[in-house]
Design a protein around this ligand. Structure first.
Ligand code: SF4
Ligand code: SF4
Ligand code: SF4
Length: 588
């Protein structure tokens, strides 16, 4: 056995390899993204990005039906996109083992909500494992694939941001060598979910859950750790670590599988204590099931239901005492709100939309930051691909003058994820709104992953690049215009004209993300402000570029200065300056 340090996501990738997974598919999304990126290290696994989570799961289902083991990964909200095939997959069951990794994001570090996807296990009637560290992330991935085949069911593996991104020591093993061959095997009664077949499969599912519940009482992943015998705690996942740290004297029932629960084991454990806690993050998922068994517990009556359950929050809930963070700074840290990078090609688009007083139905990506001041040009943000449908709906209820102000803004990856359906609806139902596709040639916000519009696969191999203009035209959009967002005046002229057009139009603002290395757009030398010419008019500050700093004490009104360490010479700010004060290259 070799020991190494792995993050939870790296450990899941390793577990998939060791378990003999043949196919892995995902759409990137924090905190799950690194699972697929790490799986590319194992050439025995065919790993690929899918355009969205539904397709990723359908690819996994196909591999499983062909007899191969499959892993599908997504962030928590991605399961909402994949829910349609998921619920029926629970009915069909599997051939090769199939594990669906849901990486949840308590505290919303990088998400639009903090839904607790343990609820999906109960809703879809699927078992769910929940690792507490990287070793369990690896072990439970292997186990989940075995359990999937043993009980003929897809299996959830639920991670959270802390598990996915924290590193701990892991013993890695060898890959399995004795998996059955893949093959075509017809079995329509199992795989064709017409009502007559599905009714019978529903009975199979209920029986499966009942058998798993009894089986889980005997399994080592649900274990009791004996303390001083006075307080009992039922917990799982990262909350187990917090419980150990906060209540070191407690007896703990650590659940490795949070659905279905090992009810007899819980009854036996609970009967020993006068004081019993269920310690879990977000929803009272375990607590409600334990209470439904007639067992009195403390849970969300004292613990927070929102946000992460840190050891400090747990201690405060249990004892009323504030915990002083170990690494508390001596002085408060400066506020550092998120911002688009210097030179981001999205910046001028939001400046333009602000100036045109557009009402922007937005979407998920770096460009969601167009909401921040001073750009302040994003008015809604719901979920992947929602911007276009939102624009259509708003335009339907507004008068013609107000409807003209509606602009849907969506990135290239998000457009190909689920935005294209909204565009079809727009054309089909004669919407008047305008769509702005910010094509930065990558899935930028999650770390610059490839997508069908980037022209490269997950492995970095050149591939077919979807022609977004042609795609828009093919669904019936007559007015498709491509602009360079680094040309502020032209971008404004085109967007204004298309907003005034009384029919669907698409504007594609195309420039690669400043961080995409292989694209021809490269960082240029930093520009500088000529202090003699700068009048302190502040026009350049309207861009909100982090490289432009303000010196309040310079001159009468203050002056702008460009930080040469941040500026990448994109050339936007000279277009804002009417005094020709920005140019040249910094010597710094
Ligand atoms: S990562 Fe790329 S797209 Fe995202 S803010 Fe930075 S430059 Fe813009
Ligand atoms: S726009 Fe030009 S003149 Fe105005 S503050 Fe910026 S650099 Fe100075
Ligand atoms: S050229 Fe101006 S807008 Fe572009 S990165 Fe430099 S300071 Fe920012």
């Amino acid at each position: 056995m070799k020991r190494t340090m792995l993050s939870g996501n790296e450990a899941i990738a390793r577990g998939a390899f060791e378990a003999g997974v043949k196919v892995a598919s995902a759409y990137p999304g924090t905190p799950s993204t690194e699972i697929l990126e790490n799986i590319t290290r194992y050439p025995t696994v065919d790993a690929s990005w899918a355009p969205n989570e539904k397709v990723a799961l359908e690819v996994g289902i196909g591999a499983s039906f062909g007899g191969g083991r499959a892993l599908v990964a997504m962030k928590h909200v991605g399961v909402n996109v994949a829910a349609d095939p998921l619920f029926t997959l629970s009915y069909t069951g599997v051939r090769g083992g199939l594990v669906l990794v849901t990486a949840d994001d308590p505290e919303l570090h990088s998400s639009q909500n903090e839904q607790d996807n343990r609820n999906y296990a109960k809703f879809a009637k699927m078992p769910m494992f929940e690792p507490a560290d990287s070793q369990e992330a690896l072990d439970f991935t292997r186990l989940a694939l075995e359990v999937s085949e043993q009980f003929d069911t897809p299996v959830f593996l639920r991670s959270t941001t802390r598990i996915s991104h924290s590193k701990s020591v892991v013993e890695i093993g060898e890959p399995v060598t004795s998996l059955p061959d893949t093959s075509i095997k017809k079995d329509p009664a199992k795989f064709v979910m017409l009502p007559g077949n599905a009714r019978k499969r529903h009975v199979v599912i209920e029986d499966r859950l009942h058998r798993m519940e009894e089986w889980a009482c005997q399994q080592p992943f649900n274990r009791i750790e004996i303390g001083e015998g006075k307080i009992g705690v039922i917990t799982s996942g990262v909350s187990y670590l917090y419980a150990k740290e906060t209540l070191p004297e407690a007896d703990i029932l650590k659940l490795g599988m949070v659905y279905p629960l090992p009810k007899q084991l819980i009854r036996d454990f609970a009967s020993r204590y006068d004081t019993l806690y269920v310690i879990e993050e977000l929803d009272p998922f375990i607590e409600e099931q334990v209470r439904a068994m007639g067992i009195a517990v403390h849970g969300k009556d004292i613990l927070p239901i929102c946000g992460e359950l840190t050891p400090g929050r747990l201690k405060k809930a249990l004892t009323g005492k504030e915990d002083v963070p170990f690494h508390a700074p001596q002085e408060p840290l400066p506020n550092r709100p998120p911002n688009m990078c210097p030179g981001c090609p999205h910046r001028s688009v939001f400046l333009t939309l602000n100036r045109l007083k557009a009402f922007v139905t937005g979407d998920i990506g770096c460009y969601t930051l167009g909401f921040m001041e001073p750009l302040s040009a994003m008015d809604t943000c719901i979920c992947m691909g929602a911007s276009i449908g939102n624009a259509t709906g708003m335009a339907k209820v507004l008068n013609a003058e107000e409807a003209q102000r509606i602009v849907a803004v969506i990135g290239d990856s998000t457009f190909l994820h689920t935005g294209i359906n909204g565009l079809m609806d727009m054309v089909y139902n004669n919407s008047k709104a305008t769509v702005l596709i910010l094509d930065n040639r990558t899935t930028a916000m999650t770390g610059r992953q490839e997508n069908p519009g980037s022209g490269y696969t997950l492995a970095g191999d050149p591939s077919y690049r979807i022609d977004i203009e042609a795609l828009c035209r093919s669904v019936g959009v007559k007015n498709v215009t491509v602009v360079d967002p680094y040309d502020i005046d032209h971008t404004r002229t085109v967007i204004k004209a298309e907003m005034e057009r009384p029919e669907v139009s698409v504007v594609i603002a195309r420039r690669a993300c400043m961080l995409v290395k292989r694209d021809p757009v490269k960082r240029q030398a930093a520009l500088k402000v000529d202090a003699e010419k700068c009048t302190g008019c502040k026009a350049c500050l309207q861009l909100g570029c982090p490289a432009i700093e303000w010196q309040p004490d310079a001159g009468d009104k203050g002056k702008a200065v460009i930080n040469p360490l941040l500026c990448c010479g994109c050339g936007l700010c000279p277009q804002m300056c009417h005094f020709d004060a920005i140019g040249g290259h910094s010597e710094g």
